[in-house]
Ligand binder design. Structure first.
Ligand code: AMP
Length: 227
């Protein structure tokens, strides 16, 4: 156990299953998940000044300002009680964010083990997954479902959240034009980000995220047991 990384950075395009894998790790492996996308959507739903400033960027699939995101993450870490065994889902997304986070880890968290879990998947799979994704409209729930009848994430009743019975909606950035933009932006940053992690000496594992959620989780669990 002690050899395991304290902070895992999940890196992968939108729709690669970072969120799904994170939630399973929280449930079954006692990790904590920080999703910067969820934090951003909470700000928007609550109508905070940050929410108002980032609303348009999110809807159109663009990235939110690096400094703003980095501040949200630092605040989350400083407020979190036990800061070990954390999964960062969707952060850092740029080298600027990775640099700020690397400094923060060194100064504040003293974690000796940050490692990267990279999820790879084809663009066709991403477009299909995100095209079928619906989420709970209730702020604070944000449960994720699929309308694909073959998916294990279909809700029990159409368009109703299993957990809180609120309506399910499509995320505005899961519209095709925004998906294309998000994939383009991800592609612009991925190579530099991974190269930067290499210079920092972070350990990295690559999972084939094109298959079923159970299969991705099994690959991840195998990786953990081999650490
Ligand atoms: P996600 O839920 O991870 O797909 O993120 C949804 C949206 O939130 C992204 O398309 C961005 O607009 C914003 N976002 C989330 N994380 C970040 C980040 N680390 N840097 C910049 N923008 C982000």
């Amino acid at each position: 156990m002690s050899a395991r990384s304290d902070v895992l950075l999940f890196v992968g395009p939108p729709g690669s299953g970072k969120g799904t894998l994170s939630r399973r790790c929280v449930k079954e492996l006692d990790y904590k998940q920080l999703s910067t996308g969820d934090l951003c959507r909470q700000h928007i739903a609550q109508g905070t000044s940050i929410g108002k400033a980032i609303d348009l960027a999110i809807k159109s699939g663009k990235l939110v300002d690096d400094a703003l995101i980095a501040d949200m993450v630092k605040e989350w870490f400083l407020q979190a009680g036990d800061r070990s065994r954390v999964i960062l889902d969707g952060f850092p997304r740029t080298v600027v964010q990775a640099r700020v986070f690397g400094d923060f880890v060194a100064k504040q968290l003293k974690h000796d083990a940050v490692s990267v879990v990279r999820l790879t998947v084809s663009q066709d799979v991403v477009v299909n997954r995100l095209g079928a994704r619906v989420v709970c409209s209730k702020n604070g729930c944000q449960a994720v479902y699929s309308t694909d009848p073959h998916s294990p994430f279909v809700s029990l009743q159409p368009n109703i959240c299993d957990r809180c019975a609120s309506a399910l909606i499509k995320r505005p950035d899961d519209e095709v034009s925004a998906i294309v933009e998000r994939l383009k932006i991800y592609g612009m940053h991925e190579v530099q980000l991974l190269a930067f992690y290499e210079t920092l000496g972070y350990k990295m594992v690559t999972l084939d995220a094109g298959g079923a959620a159970d299969d991705i989780f099994a690959q991840f669990a195998r990786h953990l047991s081999s650490e």
